[in-house]
Design a protein around this ligand. Structure first.
Ligand code: NAD
Length: 564
């Protein structure tokens, strides 16, 4: 670890029991999480060497990943493969699809595990996830990072900030948040009455349906309900299987009892149909596309008469995130922020900047600087340390993005300023692309592309009110947005005009890079139900509060004085 980054790690005192590190429950009460420091993987560093070894280990084998229900590992004859997106002939993992019967079995097993888990005190459940955070931080850090690089094509830094730092932060901060949100107790106004809130997990099971693009989200969506006393079925994405399974195994090694989280890879539609038709569905914790979330929501609506309780639906979906630049902006911040936000992880962050509104007076300078940097960006394998852009996740993503680029090249209102080409002969490579659109309502300014494509609309400086209003109404999403503006008056106006266009709003900073505990994350409109993962309120979604009133004064009368 680089010494500059070694600051202030909060390690909990450990006592050893049967060779396992147990975190004392005394230490858990009042536990205050801190963000995980990050390795920088500089030349000659020990972490770079350890990572090289982990990459070698994982790329020299095809890891076999079973379905795990309770304590049982299951392999079916429906074998699937996860390949490296930057070298699609290279298989890195094999896995199996659970059919409806196995998904049903996982539901049954989860229900058997529920009672004992739900009744454990929060501190004991917290102990498991703090232990998991320690394992992810040390023993398995390089394995998760390597699996994320190989399977999801993240370069070292992107893999580190996601699969190490963010995952560990979710696990630790949720322990702090869980104590905060369950600390409220109602008043008991006299000595003869005692009022109590009991923070219970929900009856039934949660379905955690997770996306490819963040290992941290994969691990978080089943872990957050489990921390609050729920059980779940985790359906990982086919294209994030290796990293997600590594995280699942960490949870089990940390002491998570069998059946609390069941690892059930499956064909999306089979999984969706089976969980939404179970009377025991407590909720769906989903991150992915709008299309899939709407489909699941409709299925829940169709099955409403089936359920024992109203299922809770959490959806974190897509975005069409913008950088809105005012003529008073600091140009370098705009340029560097936009390059990072648009092209890091190939534009496959839900928060990626995908449209920019730039005042005409600044455009020549911003354009020149963007194009100069564009020439320096290296696209290549994530295993080459200097690759900034790598391959997009799979053939479906490749064709979708290529479709937008073909459209851009054929449109007479769109100019391709840089990039625009793709090549899937070895991996799914799409060049980082900068487009200039003269129509602010062009589909390139409205639709989520989810690839390394930035659409720019240049506006007349003095029209910034109208253009901000237009930008607010251009897309059905409301996930992230950034304004770049030094002028105090314009800044207040823009914050007001763009108040509803984003769940995460940035001022003079790029639209990506939220940190657990610092910028709780989520969006509204079609972007999702805005539950703010990485903040305390999120956890209440997994809690069913029981209010208990106990009277210590026996009743001696049925009549009221008003009746006399
Ligand atoms: P996706 O919708 O294709 O897949 C998400 C998950 O749903 C996968 O596990 C998939 O197998 C599963 N699935 C597909 N059909 C299903 C069905 N009928 N029933 C049940 N499950 C089904 O999305 P993706 O390509 O993995 O992720 C990319 C999307 O996720 C983008 O739109 C991105 O913006 C969004 N995203 C949003 C956030 C956020 O916090 N708002 C974070 C990450 C990703």
């Amino acid at each position: 670890m680089s010494s500059t980054l070694l600051k202030s790690v909060l390690y909990l005192p450990c006592r050893f029991q049967n060779g396992i590190c147990r975190v004392s429950t005394q230490a858990i009460k009042g536990y205050v999480a801190e963000n995980e420091p990050m390795f920088d993987y500089g030349p000659g560093s020990s972490e770079r060497k350890e990572l090289e070894e982990a990459l070698e280990r994982h790329s020299s084998q095809v890891t076999d990943i079973p379905i795990v229900i309770g304590d049982e590992e299951i392999r079916t004859n429906v074998v699937q493969y996860q390949v490296a997106p930057f070298d699609h002939q290279k298989k890195i993992a094999s896995f199996y699809y659970a059919g409806a019967d196995l998904i049903q079995k996982a539901i049954n097993v989860s229900q058997q595990a529920r009672d004992a888990w739900e009744k454990k005190p929060l501190e004991e459940r917290s102990e498991v996830f703090l232990k998991a955070a320690e394992l992810a931080s040390k023993k398995y850090r390089m394995d998760i990072v390597a699996a994320t690089m190989l399977g999801q094509a993240k370069n070292v830094w992107q893999a580190e900030i996601d699969s190490a730092a963010e995952l560990i932060d979710f696990l630790r901060f949720n322990v702090t948040f869980a104590q905060q949100v369950t600390s409220y107790q109602p008043i008991s106004p006299n000595a003869t009455t005692k009022n109590t809130n009991i923070y219970r997990g929900m009856e039934g099971f949660w379905a955690a349906v997770t996306p490819f693009n963040f290992t941290a989200i994969g691990g978080h969506l089943p872990a957050a309900p489990a921390l609050m006393g729920n059980v779940s079925l985790w359906k990982p994405s086919d294209t994030a299987m290796l990293s997600n399974y590594t995280v699942f195994k960490i949870y089990r090694e940390a002491g998570l009892p069998p059946g609390v989280i069941n690892f059930t890879p499956a064909e999306g539609v089979v999984f969706g149909d089976t969980i939404t038709s179970s009377p025991h569905l407590a909720g769906i914790n989903f991150t992915g596309s709008v299309r899939t979330f709407k489909h699941l929501w409709k299925q829940v609506g169709d099955n409403l008469d089936t359920y024992r309780t109203y299922p809770r639906l959490i959806g974190e979906c897509g975005g069409k995130n913008m950088h809105f630049v005012h003529s008073s902006a600091d140009v370098d911040s705009v340029v560097y922020g936009t390059i990072r936000a648009a092209f890091e992880y190939n534009g496959q962050k839900c928060s990626a900047c995908s449209r920019a509104y730039i005042p005409a007076s600044l455009w020549p300078e911003i354009k020149k600087k963007l194009l100069n940097i564009h020439k320096e960006i290296k696209m290549g394998s994530p295993l080459e340390k200097d690759s900034f852009v790598t391959a997009v996740i799979d053939d479906k993503a490749f064709s979708r993005i290529k479709g937008y680029l073909d459209y851009a090249k054929s449109s007479n209102t769109v100019k391709v300023l840089a990039g625009g080409n793709c090549d899937d002969s070895k991996g799914y490579f799409v060049e980082p692309t900068i487009l200039e659109c003269t129509d602010p309502q062009d589909k390139l300014m409205q639709e989520e592309i989810f690839g390394p494509v930035l659409s720019v609309y240049v506006y007349t400086d003095r029209d910034y009110h109208e253009v901000a209003t237009l930008a607010n109404n251009t897309s059905p999403y409301s996930l992230t947005a950034a304004i770049f503006c030094q002028d105090p008056k314009a800044r207040v106006e823009l914050c007001d005009l763009l108040r509803n266009c984003a769940g995460n709003f940035y001022i003079n900073d790029k639209s990506t890079g939220s940190v657990v505990g610092q910028q709780p994350f989520g969006g509204s409109r079609l972007s999702g139900t805005n539950e703010k993962a990485g903040g305390p309120h999120y956890l209440m979604k997994f809690v069913s509060v029981q209010s208990v009133k106990e009277s210590m004064a026996p009743l001696r009368e049925w009549r009221y004085p008003s009746m006399d």
